[in-house]
Design a protein around this ligand. Structure first.
Ligand SMILES: [Zn+2]
Length: 213
């Protein structure tokens, strides 16, 4: 039986780069990887899945909250890859579970575990409940060298807990932070090393081997 995977990580942990690398590997073997993304995510254009590292590929299917994934278009697929899975509804996560179980197609989902208030996204929660395998895609804190577990929201360069959970605007920015730096930033309303945070926000991802976790 094929498995349902949840590969979670903070912003800037190269999840989408990982997804596109998996898609490329399938393509090299002349196998079809089917790419799904939520329509809400339009950062790289509605139909594209893009990594901050610069790679970009068009999605095969855009889904909304109440979408039904038609099983007939998955017939020749060897793998299903889902980007920004945290934005999917619980119903869609349940459909992905059935695809892995009933159609015997592995489903690999990439996304955030929690929002900027450190609360589970509904889609991520359902996926945690239903996934065969839950794997962490790691990256470092923007301010120190510990593992990042939170997504710190900056509005006009200042940390904030304000605003809606799902907001993909242009003014705010999200950066990875460890628990210590996240708490410091939220309490003080300032970021202590703005230069470093800015650098990290541009998508610099350190190799896992160089990280002091
Ligand atoms: Zn830190």
């Amino acid at each position: 039986m094929a498995k349902l995977y949840f590969r979670f990580g903070t912003v800037g942990s190269a999840k989408t780069l990982n997804l596109l690398a998996v898609a490329h590997a399938y393509e090299q073997q002349h196998k079809k990887a089917f790419l799904i993304k939520p329509r809400i995510d339009t950062r790289f254009g509605e139909e594209f899945i893009g990594s901050r590292a610069g790679l970009i590929q068009s999605a095969d299917l855009l889904v909304d909250e109440d979408s039904v994934i038609p099983s007939d278009i998955l017939v020749d697929c060897h793998c299903i890859l889902v980007d920004e899975v945290q934005f999917l509804s619980e119903g869609l996560i349940e459909q992905l579970r059935h695809i892995a179980t009933d159609l015997n197609i592995p489903v690999i989902c990439y996304g955030l575990r929690t929002d900027f208030r450190a609360r589970l996204f509904a889609g991520s929660k359902r996926l945690m409940e239903l996934a065969d395998a839950i794997e962490e895609v790691k990256t470092t804190c923007s301010f120190c060298n510990h593992k990042a577990i939170f997504n710190l929201k900056l509005m006009d360069g200042k940390p904030t807990l304000a605003g809606p959970t799902i907001e993909l605007g242009k003014e705010e920015k999200y950066i990875p932070a460890c628990s210590h730096c996240y708490e410091d930033a939220v309490k003080s309303g300032e970021i202590s090393i703005p230069g470093q945070a800015l650098k990290a926000s541009k998508g610099k991802v350190k190799a896992e081997t160089s990280v002091d976790f």
